[in-house]
Design a protein around this ligand. Structure first.
Ligand SMILES: [Zn+2]
Length: 456
């Protein structure tokens, strides 16, 4: 008697955009998933040797690698619309900072569910949470637990601030770098051996105007000893350069280079204001970029030089940023805006292509998070983080060109199935293990309580 091999999921009859180094596309293909990985990607053929647990017929649909969101602040999902139409520092003082100071663990947990579910629904399989509210350890655990309940893969970036009161940074957010790194280390000890690489702990200073030189140096020492990548907001507005010039007599990038902060381990968020020479130095040090176009437009920060960075060979990924400056966690919206702002700004429709956007949200995201060996493309042996796109919506019909339809004519309603680590976490409007309506109801009640508590 032949014992059949187990296949957890078989996706058949699909158009498969692998995003591999040759950009291979397989029409009429099938993907076999077992033990969280891609076991095979082939033209349709016999699967008799397998015992198939779940079979998905993807006839007429397109399969992509799951999208990677390299920058979000989960707690802001409770703050949509607060501080609207204000400039960055005023906006921070009307939304993120005061409310981030008082949110409870339960509210942080719910914010994580809300943000991750919206992300999953729009095709995201991995996100990087940049955690910068009150650094009570219970809150970090609440966010992690909320993320985990949705089945999403994540990088939890436990950040720190050791100055910045003049810009409104709440005192309770501030801590010496030694305390911060000890707490980062506690998280690594608790979650560092996360099975299947579902959760990775990073750190980073929140922003240049809330970090001292000692802060950078202490963090770098820890990160180097732990081989841990780090992230920071940089040059989102001109405030970064103004502050660095005032205190250090040099611009932000110059200061960071001098300290040894510019490196392959640095994920630089925003980078709206970069000179040609600064971009060259990013390339030289292999700094990775997280581009957050929705937030840059919402806060009037400007347009990041993405075509220029891509031309220089800098790794560019995409982020939604927090939902108080977006105001959602929808990757599909981000893809469209990221492309259109460059075309308009440069007055050149050819400046960036749909294919480049797709590259940034898959391969670019995986590289930015140092996970390109396991994520970002659909290849045998890689983690099965996969999405199934259904073009049968009014908006996306007819699908004459697949990347163009995905980027310019789609919404989250086109994402039919999201698979993370070989498990279906979302399928045809239903989440596995979390009830969308219950989450919405509890978020509404808790958000009302939060807003009432401050009366700003
Ligand atoms: Zn941010």
């Amino acid at each position: 008697m032949n014992i059949k091999k187990r296949l957890d999921i078989l996706i058949k009859n699909a158009a498969i955009y692998t995003m591999d180094s040759e950009n291979s596309i397989l029409h009429g293909g099938m993907i076999g998933i077992a033990d969280s990985k891609i076991l095979f990607i082939e033209k349709m053929g016999s699967v008799e040797e397998y015992e198939i647990l779940t079979e998905i017929d993807a006839e007429g649909k397109v399969v992509f690698p799951g999208f990677v969101n390299t920058h979000i602040h989960i707690f802001q999902s409770f703050l949509k619309g607060l501080g609207a139409d204000h400039r960055l520092i005023e906006w921070l003082n009307l939304s993120a900072l005061p409310y981030g100071e008082v949110m409870s663990a339960r509210q942080q947990f719910l914010a994580a569910q809300l943000a991750c579910m919206e992300a999953i629904k729009s095709g995201c399989t991995t996100l990087a949470e940049f955690f910068y509210t009150s650094q009570d350890e219970e809150l970090a655990h609440a966010v992690i637990s909320g993320m985990q309940s949705t089945g999403i893969r994540s990088v939890f970036i436990r950040t720190f601030q050791d100055t910045g009161e003049e810009y409104g940074m709440p005192k309770c957010f501030l801590e010496p770098v030694s305390t911060a790194m000890r707490k980062v280390d506690n998280l690594v000890k608790q979650y560092g051996r996360s099975p299947e690489d579902m959760l990775t702990i990073w750190t980073g200073p929140c922003v240049t105007w809330a970090t001292t030189r000692e802060g950078y140096e202490g963090m770098l020492e820890y990160c180097r000893s732990e081989k841990m990548p780090y992230s920071m907001h940089i040059n989102e507005t001109l405030v970064d350069n103004e502050m660095c010039e005032r205190y250090y007599g040099k611009k932000a990038v110059d200061l960071l280079e001098e300290i040894g902060f510019l490196s392959e381990d640095f994920l630089a968020v925003h980078c709206v204001n970069l000179t040609e020479n600064e971009m060259d130095r990013f390339k030289e040090h292999d700094v990775k970029v997280s581009h957050n176009p929705m937030a840059n437009l919402y806060l009037g920060s400007g347009v990041a030089p993405i075509p220029e960075l891509l031309k220089k060979g800098v790794v560019v990924s995409l982020g939604t940023d927090g939902a108080a400056s977006n105001n959602s966690t929808d990757m599909m919206e981000t893809l469209k805006i990221a492309s259109l702002i460059q075309k308009g700004y440069h007055r050149d429709a050819a400046i960036i292509t749909a294919g480049e956007m797709l590259q940034a949200v898959t391969v670019g995201g995986a590289k930015a998070l140092h996970k390109e060996k396991t994520l970002g493309t659909l290849e045998v042996g890689k983690k099965a983080d996969v999405i199934i796109y259904n073009p049968d919506q009014l908006k996306s019909t007819p699908m004459n060109d697949v990347p163009a339809t995905l980027i310019y004519s789609s919404g989250h309603e086109n994402i039919e199935t999201t698979i993370v680590n070989g498990k279906i976490v979302y399928n045809k409007g239903v989440f596995e293990g979390v009830d969308e309506q219950s989450v919405i109801a509890e978020v509404k009640a808790e958000a009302a309580k939060l807003i009432k508590s401050l009366k700003l």
